[in-house]
Write a protein that binds this ligand. Structure first.
Ligand SMILES: Cc1cc2nc3c(=O)[nH]c(=O)nc-3n(C[C@H](O)[C@H](O)[C@H](O)COP(=O)(O)O)c2cc1C
Length: 213
């Protein structure tokens, strides 16, 4: 069976660790990834993961942090300015696209079909071809335009999967929080994942009135 081909775009919202964890987990699943970083996405990698988190040494960074499993997959990196890249066309087969983290600016561009950058264009392709598009926004508080743009994206067929870690799995570290979010993304893409355990009913058991999502 050929590897699943998935686009992962990284924009300038806080949460570069979510991008790194998601990319590493998809590579460990053996995926062929098409990666695009916006300018601010690259900047946030450095600001939040440290000065060694340069896109040019992404492979080393992921192996150092997440181990050799990431070598099961492969990736190419496209320029966000290259509107002639393969992923700008619906004829290029890609199963799905994730924008993680997704800035409010890029989310607005997707919601309005602007296609100003390769990230926005590839997302528009996903919507027009009715393929899976997952947006992982991070902002707080949210303005009315942010909320309206999320609705626009959802109405067009995108899944809004906010960067909102949960605490029912009793996270101890920042990596636990990133594992949870990456696990939710993998679940949404249809992968079996072990990044966080499925909810098992909790201390109170299955009759508890509180649920988990
Ligand atoms: C340190 C830093 C943190 C930021 N965090 C967020 C954020 O969490 N959410 C957001 O929507 N924008 C955030 N921004 C603003 C975006 O980076 C900015 O709107 C940028 O134009 C997004 O462009 P892009 O979507 O092409 O990456 C942040 C900017 C900086 C410099």
């Amino acid at each position: 069976m050929s590897a699943r081909r998935i686009i992962v775009a990284v924009t300038g919202a806080s949460g570069a660790i979510y991008a790194a964890r998601t990319i590493a987990a998809l590579l460990a699943q053996g995926c062929a990834l098409e990666l695009v970083f916006s300018d601010y996405g690259k900047r946030l990698m450095l600001d939040e993961l440290g000065k060694d988190a340069k896109v040019e040494r992404l492979s080393d960074l992921l192996v150092e942090k997440y181990g050799d499993d990431v070598r099961r997959g492969s990736f190419v990196i496209h320029s966000n300015k290259d509107l002639g890249a393969t992923i700008a066309s619906g004829s290029h087969r890609c199963d799905a696209m994730v924008i993680v983290p997704c800035s409010m600016k890029t989310l607005a561009g997707v919601g309005h079909g602007l296609s100003h950058s390769l990230i926005e264009r590839a997302a528009d392709v996903m919507l027009k071809e009715q393929r899976k598009l997952i947006l992982v926004p991070r902002e707080t508080p949210l303005s009315l335009p942010d909320l309206r743009n999320m609705v626009l994206c959802a109405e067009s067929g995108a899944m809004i999967l906010p960067a909102m870690p949960a605490f029912y799995q009793q996270p101890k570290t920042i990596d636990d929080l990133a594992d949870f979010l990456a696990g939710k993304i993998l679940n949404a893409l249809g992968f079996e994942q072990t990044l966080f355990p499925a909810w098992s009913g909790g201390v109170a058991g299955p009759k508890s009135s509180s649920g988990a999502a």
